[in-house]
Design a protein. Sequence first.
Length: 56
Amino acid sequence: MSEEVVPQQAGPTQPKGLLQQMEELMAALNADLSALDADLQSAGASTVPAEEGEAG
């Protein structure tokens, strides 16, 4: 009878809403793109001279 006292916790078995899944995927994608942008900027800064890197 002790099983009645312990409530079931919402864990990985409970399905997430579609909106929550999309928000998590967008957050992960945004983090990945930010990291890629930082990598590209640091790689570009070390290989492109300032005269050629500026537009105008």
